[in-house]
Design a binder for this molecule. Structure first.
Ligand SMILES: Nc1ncnc2c1ncn2[C@@H]1O[C@H](COP(=O)(O)OP(=O)(O)OP(=O)(O)O)[C@@H](O)[C@H]1O
Length: 362
């Protein structure tokens, strides 16, 4: 029987507040699933229901074909890693890692073997006799990870494990976690509000809002085909244009755009999203006819931001601030300065079209 974790119609209320609202999920054995969403969307509550620290108000949670709603956390054999490392301060790295194995009364020889193996996996062999206070945050989280996987959990649940760490360490530890998951074949469910982290680490991402899963798919699917304007806005960067449809085209201020896949309804307000990297630079010369007919516009570079591999140029279109990302090499060739003009092309098939616009509350 396959060891799937299945959530069916899971709901959780705190008095009148609905924290989790009818979540249905199947997590495959060995899968890396990220629960991604803004603060308060219910991801931690959902994870706590899976750990057993929280009881669902309704719905069924099953693992390996058995309903586990009423099984206490210790009997679920699920490992947990929190944002706060929750290490035992008076125990060394090695003792922290051996803790769960000692509790299970494993023979000392096997404990030593297992701990040595885990120390290697998380890169802490040289630190095994240090105490948590003598370690950096990243090292402490490695200990917490090692301690959680030492007991060979069936499922490892991670709640924002990297959010207390600085950017460089976060990226490095992401790779450590991903490698552990692949090498050990552990099912992992990972909560984060960091979309970049979710896209880079997960096999599948479940994007949550208001206690519900709004879209689930591979990072590629979520990024390439966001089903709602909320997902388009929350995952990656999108420029939004609110415009009306006229004569099969989109009327945005004084301009018209050709957009692929428009519905038949005329006159309705549509919300178009286009990613900054989908807008293309057009090298001069450009004929006047091109400007009128082919989604080509001339804009002024208001702000230029270096992002490493790409350069982001902020411009105004019909009074709306937008971004285009150009590969650093292309930008260098163009030699653009702030305040100078550039010509851009909006490919018709690069737009995502929505009938509703999610307004972000900042
Ligand atoms: N024990 C509790 N009692 C009452 N309300 C709660 C409790 N736990 C969570 N909530 C509420 O449930 C909602 C979902 O909270 P939850 O912590 O699951 O969100 P989250 O997506 O993990 O957010 P964050 O990223 O900020 O931790 C929030 O409105 C929160 O205030």
């Amino acid at each position: 029987m396959s060891k799937k974790l299945v959530l069916e119609h899971i709901c959780k209320n705190f008095d009148s507040l609905i924290a989790v609202n009818d979540v249905n999920l199947v997590v495959e054995p060995g899968e890396f699933l990220c629960l991604l969403g803004p603060s308060g969307c219910g991801k931690t509550t959902l994870l706590r229901i899976i750990t057993g620290f929280e009881q669902a108000s309704s719905g069924t949670l099953s693992y390996n074909g058995k309903v586990i709603n009423k099984v206490i956390p210790q009997k679920r054999d699920f490992g947990i890693v929190f944002q706060s490392y929750a290490l035992f301060p008076n125990m060394t790295v090695k003792q922290n890692m051996a803790f769960g194995l000692n509790m299970r009364k494993m023979p000392q020889k096997l404990i030593d073997e297992r701990v040595n193996e885990i120390l290697k996996l998380v890169g802490l062999t040289d630190w095994q006799n240090h105490y948590p206070a003598q370690l950096s945050g990243g090292q402490q989280q490695r200990v917490a990870l090692g301690r959680a996987i030492a007991i060979k959990p069936k499922v490892l649940l991670l709640d924002e494990p990297l959010s207390a760490l600085d950017a460089k360490i976060r990226v490095r530890l992401r790779t450590v976690i991903k490698r552990l998951q692949q090498d050990l074949g552990i099912t992992m469910i990972y909560v984060t509000h960091d979309q970049e982290e979710a896209l880079s680490i997960a096999d599948r991402v479940a994007v949550m809002k208001d206690g519900q899963v709004r879209q689930i798919g591979s990072p590629w699917e979520i990024y390439k085909a966001p089903k709602t304007s909320f997902v388009a806005q929350f995952v990656g960067t999108s420029n939004f244009i609110s415009a009306t449809k006229k004569n099969g085209k989109i009327q945005f201020g004084q301009r018209e755009f050709v957009v692929s896949g428009l519905t038949d309804a005329a006159g309705e307000t549509l919300h178009l999203a286009i990613r900054p990297e989908k807008i293309e630079f057009v090298a001069p010369p450009i004929s006047p006819e091109q400007y009128v007919t082919s989604n080509i516009v001339e804009v002024v570079a208001e702000v230029i931001t270096f992002l490493g591999a790409v350069v982001r140029i902020t411009f105004l279109l019909e009074g709306k601030e937008m971004d285009v990302d150009l590969p650093e090499k292309e930008f260098e060739k163009i030699g653009l300065q702030r305040g100078e003009k550039l010509t851009l092309y909006f490919p018709p098939d690069a737009f995502h079209v929505y009938t509703e616009l999610f307004q972000e509350v900042i």
